[in-house]
Design a protein around this ligand. Structure first.
Ligand SMILES: [Ca+2]
Length: 376
């Protein structure tokens, strides 16, 4: 909507204004299912098809001036991952044109509203992305706008309305022609501010008299009448198309749009590798008897000692028996003792296997798999 609409409404009686609003959504229109539920989860629609659980197409009514068209469901179509709104000549009845309007069934409140779109270029028309609610929903008229005036698509007009009070028009100069390519436009509606964005860059923030009534997300394309000083006089060029690639609404109290969700705290089992970092061998004697002590250190792929790993070893050389299965302590060490011997010669400890539930023993990572010590 625009300053012109505001002026228009100020210049007519309240009754006439209410009459206009009552015409926006005819009572009993089957196009307006429920209309009372709040959207509290992220809404993301790639516009691959008409999703009637979320949206409806305005069909079979006119808003009256300054809109010089009838909304018809036929003018909202989906193809190639895009929603297309088509402004065409209407042969059925006056007003002389027909066009498309797409609206959520339910209502959104504070949060981030994003659209990737390409408006139509032509004098006398508007392509839009906005939130709206009003008397037709049993609410005060609240609205937040992104509008492209077809007469100059190198600029974006923003505005908002709170209980019918507007007058916050700001024209944003873009560094491109919006009708040439798709860009992302957004506004973040919070309790005490609205900030508009172009391709992720904040371009304007409003902080006074911010609307608060949950509203529908809406998009439409329309030719003006009686608002030539705002839009320029529509020259009758048809067809004209506005394209929408996707829409996303992220509630303020919902999941944050950024950063990405934190990774799961459960590591991928494929990343949990354990290996033999070292085998420490010592000998201890008691009289003629000598015993070998083996400390096997187990670490994970990050070099951290691993507690609770079950280690299997074997003894060879002049001693072939002893403890052969132990579990690592917090130090990552499992301690083994050989049987005692009176002989001299080499004793070898070999790690045969390491197991820990949910972990993988990777012998390729071992610093050593067996170690030998000489008993004097
Ligand atoms: Ca798409």
């Amino acid at each position: 909507m625009s300053a012109k609409i505001k002026i228009f409404l100020i210049n007519v009686s309240v009754l006439l204004a209410l009459f206009i609003f009552s015409c926006q959504v005819p009572a009993g229109s089957g196009d307006n299912p429920t209309g009372t539920r709040a959207i509290t989860d992220v809404l993301q629609d790639p516009f691959d098809s008409y999703d009637t659980t979320v949206w409806h197409k305005a069909d079979g009514w006119s808003n009256g001036r300054p809109f010089n068209c009838t909304w018809r469901a036929t003018q909202v179509t989906f193809a190639d991952g895009l929603m297309r709104l088509a402004l065409e000549k209407d042969t059925v009845k006056r007003p002389p044109y027909k066009s498309g309007e797409y609206r959520t069934n339910d209502f959104c409140n504070y949060g981030l509203y994003e659209v990737r779109m390409k408006p139509a270029r032509n004098i006398g028309i508007v392509s839009s992305f906005f939130t709206y609610t009003g008397p037709s929903d049993g609410n005060p008229w609240d609205e937040i706008d992104i509008e492209f005036l077809g007469k100059d698509t190198t600029r974006m007009q923003i505005n908002y309305w709170t209980d019918g009070v507007g007058g916050h028009e700001v024209m944003i100069d873009l560094s491109f022609d919006a009708a040439d390519n798709y860009h992302t436009y957004a506004f973040e509606w919070l309790a005490d501010s609205i900030t508009w964005y172009v391709d992720g860059t904040a371009v304007h923030t409003a902080t006074s008299n911010i609307p608060g009534t949950p509203s529908r997300i809406m998009m439409n394309l329309w030719p003006g009448i009686g608002v030539d000083s705002w839009l320029g006089r529509f020259d009758g060029t048809v067809p004209l198309y506005a394209y929408y690639d996707w829409v996303k609404f992220t509630p303020d109290d919902g999941p944050s749009p950024t950063p990405a969700p934190t990774p799961t705290t459960t590591p991928d089992p494929n990343d949990l590798k354990i290996y033999v970092d070292n085998i420490f061998l010592t000998t201890g004697s008691s009289g003629p008897l000598t015993q070998v002590n083996a400390d096997v250190l187990i670490k994970d792929q990050n070099g951290t000692p691993v507690e609770g790993a079950s280690v299997d070893i074997s003894w060879s050389g002049i001693i072939t028996t002893g403890t052969i299965n132990e579990t690592t302590l917090t130090s990552g060490i499992a301690t083994f003792y050989s049987s005692k011997t009176k002989k001299s010669g080499d004793v070898t400890v070999t790690v045969n296997n390491v197991t820990k539930t949910g972990w993988t023993y990777d012998p390729n990572l071992n610093n050593m798999t067996s170690h030998t010590i000489t008993v004097p």
